[in-house]
Write a protein that binds this ligand. Sequence first.
Ligand code: AMP
Length: 280
Amino acid sequence: MIELSEPRQVARWCAERRAAGRRVGFVPTMGYLHEGHLALIRRARELADVVVVSIFVNPLQFGPREDLERYPRDPQGDARKCRAEGVDLLFVPDGRQMYPTGFDSFVDVRTLGGTLCGARRPGHFQGVCTVVTKLFNVIGPCAAVFGEKDFQQLAIIRRMVLDLNQPVEVIGHPTVREADGLALSSRNAYLSPSERSAAAVLNRALSRLVDRSGGPIALATEVVAELRQVIEAQPLVRLEYVEVVDKGTLQPLDRVMPGQTLVAVAATVGTTRLIDNIQI
Ligand code: AMP
Protein backbone atom coordinates (compact mmCIF):
# COMPACT_ATOMS: atom_id res chain seq x y z
CA MET A 1 0.00 0.00 0.00
CA ILE A 2 1.20 3.45 -0.85
CA GLU A 3 0.38 6.38 1.46
CA LEU A 4 0.15 9.89 0.02
CA SER A 5 -0.98 13.26 1.36
CA GLU A 6 -0.35 15.51 -1.67
CA PRO A 7 -3.47 15.84 -3.87
CA ARG A 8 -1.29 16.33 -6.95
CA GLN A 9 0.60 13.08 -6.34
CA VAL A 10 -2.66 11.24 -5.73
CA ALA A 11 -4.14 12.63 -8.96
CA ARG A 12 -1.10 11.48 -10.92
CA TRP A 13 -1.11 7.98 -9.34
CA CYS A 14 -4.82 7.53 -10.12
CA ALA A 15 -4.51 8.92 -13.66
CA GLU A 16 -1.74 6.41 -14.40
CA ARG A 17 -3.91 3.54 -13.19
CA ARG A 18 -6.88 4.70 -15.27
CA ALA A 19 -4.64 5.16 -18.34
CA ALA A 20 -3.54 1.52 -17.89
CA GLY A 21 -7.22 0.52 -18.09
CA ARG A 22 -7.66 -0.11 -14.36
CA ARG A 23 -10.95 0.66 -12.61
CA VAL A 24 -10.38 2.84 -9.56
CA GLY A 25 -12.65 2.19 -6.57
CA PHE A 26 -12.90 4.74 -3.77
CA VAL A 27 -14.04 4.77 -0.13
CA PRO A 28 -14.01 8.19 1.58
CA THR A 29 -13.84 8.09 5.40
CA MET A 30 -13.03 10.19 8.44
CA GLY A 31 -10.88 7.37 9.85
CA TYR A 32 -10.97 5.52 13.17
CA LEU A 33 -11.88 2.60 10.94
CA HIS A 34 -14.26 -0.16 12.05
CA GLU A 35 -15.90 -3.17 10.39
CA GLY A 36 -18.44 -0.90 8.67
CA HIS A 37 -15.67 0.93 6.84
CA LEU A 38 -13.91 -2.38 6.08
CA ALA A 39 -17.10 -3.77 4.52
CA LEU A 40 -17.14 -0.75 2.17
CA ILE A 41 -13.50 -1.37 1.29
CA ARG A 42 -14.24 -5.03 0.49
CA ARG A 43 -17.15 -3.96 -1.72
CA ALA A 44 -14.84 -1.53 -3.55
CA ARG A 45 -12.37 -4.39 -4.09
CA GLU A 46 -15.10 -6.40 -5.82
CA LEU A 47 -16.04 -3.47 -8.05
CA ALA A 48 -12.62 -2.18 -9.05
CA ASP A 49 -9.03 -3.16 -9.83
CA VAL A 50 -7.41 -0.70 -7.46
CA VAL A 51 -8.85 0.64 -4.21
CA VAL A 52 -8.25 4.12 -2.83
CA VAL A 53 -9.28 4.99 0.74
CA SER A 54 -9.20 8.55 2.05
CA ILE A 55 -9.00 9.53 5.71
CA PHE A 56 -9.86 13.14 6.40
CA VAL A 57 -11.70 14.63 9.35
CA ASN A 58 -13.35 17.31 7.28
CA PRO A 59 -13.68 20.55 9.30
CA LEU A 60 -16.22 21.92 6.81
CA GLN A 61 -18.89 19.41 7.85
CA PHE A 62 -18.68 20.12 11.61
CA GLY A 63 -20.74 22.86 13.25
CA PRO A 64 -19.10 25.28 15.69
CA ARG A 65 -20.38 23.37 18.73
CA GLU A 66 -19.72 19.89 17.32
CA ASP A 67 -16.96 17.37 18.03
CA LEU A 68 -14.27 18.24 15.44
CA GLU A 69 -11.50 18.60 18.03
CA ARG A 70 -12.26 15.41 19.93
CA TYR A 71 -13.22 13.26 16.92
CA PRO A 72 -11.38 9.92 17.49
CA ARG A 73 -8.21 9.40 15.50
CA ASP A 74 -5.90 6.39 15.05
CA PRO A 75 -3.73 6.95 11.97
CA GLN A 76 -1.43 3.98 12.56
CA GLY A 77 -4.24 1.55 13.34
CA ASP A 78 -6.16 2.78 10.28
CA ALA A 79 -3.15 2.27 8.00
CA ARG A 80 -2.65 -1.24 9.39
CA LYS A 81 -6.32 -2.11 8.74
CA CYS A 82 -6.17 -0.71 5.19
CA ARG A 83 -3.01 -2.68 4.47
CA ALA A 84 -4.65 -5.87 5.77
CA GLU A 85 -7.62 -5.24 3.41
CA GLY A 86 -5.31 -4.88 0.41
CA VAL A 87 -5.98 -1.17 -0.10
CA ASP A 88 -3.69 0.13 -2.86
CA LEU A 89 -3.56 3.83 -1.99
CA LEU A 90 -4.28 5.53 1.32
CA PHE A 91 -4.87 9.26 0.84
CA VAL A 92 -4.52 11.31 4.02
CA PRO A 93 -4.70 14.98 3.03
CA ASP A 94 -4.15 17.69 5.60
CA GLY A 95 -6.55 20.56 6.18
CA ARG A 96 -4.30 23.26 4.73
CA GLN A 97 -4.00 21.40 1.42
CA MET A 98 -7.75 20.82 1.22
CA TYR A 99 -8.76 24.34 2.25
CA PRO A 100 -5.98 26.79 1.46
CA THR A 101 -6.33 30.45 2.38
CA GLY A 102 -8.99 32.05 0.21
CA PHE A 103 -10.99 28.84 -0.30
CA ASP A 104 -14.41 30.04 -1.48
CA SER A 105 -16.29 27.33 -3.42
CA PHE A 106 -19.04 25.12 -2.04
CA VAL A 107 -21.38 22.41 -3.32
CA ASP A 108 -24.95 22.42 -2.05
CA VAL A 109 -27.74 19.88 -2.64
CA ARG A 110 -30.61 22.04 -1.52
CA THR A 111 -33.82 20.12 -0.97
CA LEU A 112 -32.40 16.73 0.08
CA GLY A 113 -29.88 18.59 2.22
CA GLY A 114 -32.59 20.55 4.05
CA THR A 115 -34.46 17.69 5.77
CA LEU A 116 -33.66 15.24 8.62
CA CYS A 117 -30.07 15.84 9.82
CA GLY A 118 -29.69 18.71 7.33
CA ALA A 119 -32.41 20.67 9.15
CA ARG A 120 -30.57 20.23 12.46
CA ARG A 121 -26.96 20.57 11.33
CA PRO A 122 -26.81 23.69 9.12
CA GLY A 123 -23.96 23.50 6.63
CA HIS A 124 -23.20 19.85 7.38
CA PHE A 125 -24.17 18.40 4.01
CA GLN A 126 -22.66 21.34 2.15
CA GLY A 127 -19.39 20.42 3.88
CA VAL A 128 -19.82 16.76 2.91
CA CYS A 129 -20.68 17.53 -0.74
CA THR A 130 -17.81 19.98 -1.07
CA VAL A 131 -15.19 17.58 0.28
CA VAL A 132 -16.56 14.58 -1.65
CA THR A 133 -16.50 16.62 -4.87
CA LYS A 134 -12.90 17.62 -4.20
CA LEU A 135 -11.93 14.01 -3.48
CA PHE A 136 -13.72 12.82 -6.64
CA ASN A 137 -11.87 15.49 -8.65
CA VAL A 138 -8.49 14.43 -7.26
CA ILE A 139 -9.02 10.67 -7.48
CA GLY A 140 -11.31 10.31 -10.51
CA PRO A 141 -12.87 7.07 -9.22
CA CYS A 142 -14.98 4.82 -11.47
CA ALA A 143 -16.98 3.75 -8.42
CA ALA A 144 -17.32 5.08 -4.86
CA VAL A 145 -18.89 3.20 -1.95
CA PHE A 146 -20.96 4.85 0.82
CA GLY A 147 -22.77 3.32 3.80
CA GLU A 148 -26.55 3.26 4.23
CA LYS A 149 -25.96 4.07 7.90
CA ASP A 150 -25.73 7.65 6.62
CA PHE A 151 -28.74 7.19 4.33
CA GLN A 152 -29.35 10.89 3.78
CA GLN A 153 -25.70 11.42 2.88
CA LEU A 154 -25.88 8.58 0.34
CA ALA A 155 -29.07 10.04 -1.21
CA ILE A 156 -27.48 13.48 -1.42
CA ILE A 157 -24.28 12.17 -3.02
CA ARG A 158 -26.34 10.27 -5.62
CA ARG A 159 -28.26 13.47 -6.44
CA MET A 160 -25.07 15.55 -6.61
CA VAL A 161 -23.36 13.08 -8.96
CA LEU A 162 -26.41 13.07 -11.22
CA ASP A 163 -26.94 16.85 -11.15
CA LEU A 164 -23.29 17.77 -11.69
CA ASN A 165 -22.42 15.01 -14.21
CA GLN A 166 -19.73 13.64 -11.95
CA PRO A 167 -18.51 10.53 -13.82
CA VAL A 168 -18.61 8.10 -10.92
CA GLU A 169 -20.89 5.20 -10.02
CA VAL A 170 -22.21 5.58 -6.47
CA ILE A 171 -22.69 2.31 -4.61
CA GLY A 172 -24.59 2.00 -1.33
CA HIS A 173 -23.70 -0.64 1.26
CA PRO A 174 -25.97 -1.95 4.07
CA THR A 175 -25.30 -0.89 7.65
CA VAL A 176 -22.91 -3.11 9.59
CA ARG A 177 -24.07 -3.64 13.19
CA GLU A 178 -22.88 -4.93 16.54
CA ALA A 179 -24.44 -8.16 17.87
CA ASP A 180 -27.12 -6.15 19.75
CA GLY A 181 -28.01 -4.16 16.62
CA LEU A 182 -26.16 -0.91 17.36
CA ALA A 183 -24.84 0.52 14.07
CA LEU A 184 -21.04 0.63 14.07
CA SER A 185 -19.78 4.20 14.23
CA SER A 186 -16.47 5.84 15.08
CA ARG A 187 -18.45 7.94 17.57
CA ASN A 188 -19.41 4.81 19.56
CA ALA A 189 -15.92 5.17 21.08
CA TYR A 190 -17.28 8.13 23.08
CA LEU A 191 -19.89 5.98 24.88
CA SER A 192 -19.45 4.87 28.48
CA PRO A 193 -20.42 1.22 29.15
CA SER A 194 -23.91 2.21 30.37
CA GLU A 195 -24.41 4.60 27.41
CA ARG A 196 -23.22 1.88 25.06
CA SER A 197 -25.86 -0.56 26.24
CA ALA A 198 -28.56 2.16 26.26
CA ALA A 199 -27.70 3.09 22.63
CA ALA A 200 -28.94 -0.30 21.43
CA VAL A 201 -32.50 0.96 21.95
CA LEU A 202 -32.34 2.86 18.63
CA ASN A 203 -32.05 -0.22 16.47
CA ARG A 204 -34.25 -2.25 18.81
CA ALA A 205 -37.04 0.29 18.32
CA LEU A 206 -36.59 0.47 14.53
CA SER A 207 -36.47 -3.31 14.16
CA ARG A 208 -39.96 -3.64 15.67
CA LEU A 209 -41.29 -1.99 12.50
CA VAL A 210 -39.77 -4.49 10.11
CA ASP A 211 -41.15 -7.42 12.07
CA ARG A 212 -44.59 -6.00 11.32
CA SER A 213 -44.03 -4.85 7.74
CA GLY A 214 -46.38 -7.57 6.44
CA GLY A 215 -49.17 -6.26 8.66
CA PRO A 216 -51.65 -3.40 8.21
CA ILE A 217 -50.22 -0.17 6.84
CA ALA A 218 -49.37 2.12 9.75
CA LEU A 219 -49.90 5.85 9.99
CA ALA A 220 -46.64 7.78 10.28
CA THR A 221 -47.92 9.56 13.41
CA GLU A 222 -48.51 6.18 15.10
CA VAL A 223 -45.06 4.89 14.13
CA VAL A 224 -43.41 8.05 15.41
CA ALA A 225 -45.37 7.95 18.68
CA GLU A 226 -44.48 4.31 19.25
CA LEU A 227 -40.77 4.82 18.54
CA ARG A 228 -40.72 7.89 20.76
CA GLN A 229 -42.20 5.92 23.61
CA VAL A 230 -39.72 3.03 23.27
CA ILE A 231 -36.68 5.27 22.89
CA GLU A 232 -37.63 7.81 25.54
CA ALA A 233 -38.08 4.99 28.05
CA GLN A 234 -34.26 4.84 28.06
CA PRO A 235 -33.19 7.59 30.48
CA LEU A 236 -29.69 7.98 28.96
CA VAL A 237 -31.06 8.60 25.45
CA ARG A 238 -32.35 12.03 24.35
CA LEU A 239 -34.30 11.73 21.12
CA GLU A 240 -33.64 14.44 18.53
CA TYR A 241 -36.02 13.25 15.82
CA VAL A 242 -37.87 10.26 14.42
CA GLU A 243 -39.23 10.71 10.93
CA VAL A 244 -41.08 8.58 8.41
CA VAL A 245 -40.00 9.70 4.94
CA ASP A 246 -40.02 8.65 1.30
CA LYS A 247 -36.66 7.01 0.70
CA GLY A 248 -36.20 8.76 -2.63
CA THR A 249 -37.23 12.33 -1.78
CA LEU A 250 -36.67 12.20 2.01
CA GLN A 251 -39.94 14.13 2.35
CA PRO A 252 -42.40 13.13 5.12
CA LEU A 253 -44.93 10.38 4.39
CA ASP A 254 -48.39 10.20 5.99
CA ARG A 255 -48.21 6.43 6.21
CA VAL A 256 -45.67 3.68 5.89
CA MET A 257 -45.50 2.62 2.24
CA PRO A 258 -43.78 -0.77 2.02
CA GLY A 259 -40.78 -0.66 -0.33
CA GLN A 260 -40.70 3.12 -0.32
CA THR A 261 -40.24 4.11 3.28
CA LEU A 262 -37.30 5.14 5.40
CA VAL A 263 -37.65 5.60 9.13
CA ALA A 264 -34.75 7.67 10.42
CA VAL A 265 -33.77 8.56 13.97
CA ALA A 266 -31.18 10.79 15.59
CA ALA A 267 -30.53 10.84 19.33
CA THR A 268 -27.96 12.00 21.81
CA VAL A 269 -26.65 9.41 24.24
CA GLY A 270 -24.73 11.19 26.98
CA THR A 271 -22.96 13.76 24.82
CA THR A 272 -22.73 11.57 21.72
CA ARG A 273 -25.01 12.17 18.74
CA LEU A 274 -25.98 8.91 17.01
CA ILE A 275 -28.13 8.24 13.95
CA ASP A 276 -29.78 5.12 12.58
CA ASN A 277 -32.43 4.22 10.05
CA ILE A 278 -34.39 1.35 8.62
CA GLN A 279 -35.93 0.79 5.20
CA ILE A 280 -39.36 -0.73 5.16
P1 AMP B 1 -17.31 8.16 8.32
O1 AMP B 1 -15.89 7.74 8.57
O2 AMP B 1 -18.17 8.06 9.53
O3 AMP B 1 -17.42 9.47 7.60
O4 AMP B 1 -17.91 7.09 7.34
C1 AMP B 1 -17.31 6.79 6.11
C2 AMP B 1 -18.21 5.88 5.32
O5 AMP B 1 -18.45 4.68 6.06
C3 AMP B 1 -19.58 6.51 5.04
O6 AMP B 1 -19.97 6.15 3.72
C4 AMP B 1 -20.45 5.84 6.07
O7 AMP B 1 -21.81 5.77 5.68
C5 AMP B 1 -19.83 4.47 6.13
N1 AMP B 1 -20.19 3.79 7.39
C6 AMP B 1 -19.99 4.28 8.64
N2 AMP B 1 -20.48 3.40 9.55
C7 AMP B 1 -21.01 2.36 8.85
C8 AMP B 1 -21.67 1.15 9.21
N3 AMP B 1 -21.90 0.83 10.47
N4 AMP B 1 -22.06 0.32 8.22
C9 AMP B 1 -21.84 0.65 6.91
N5 AMP B 1 -21.21 1.77 6.51
C10 AMP B 1 -20.80 2.62 7.46
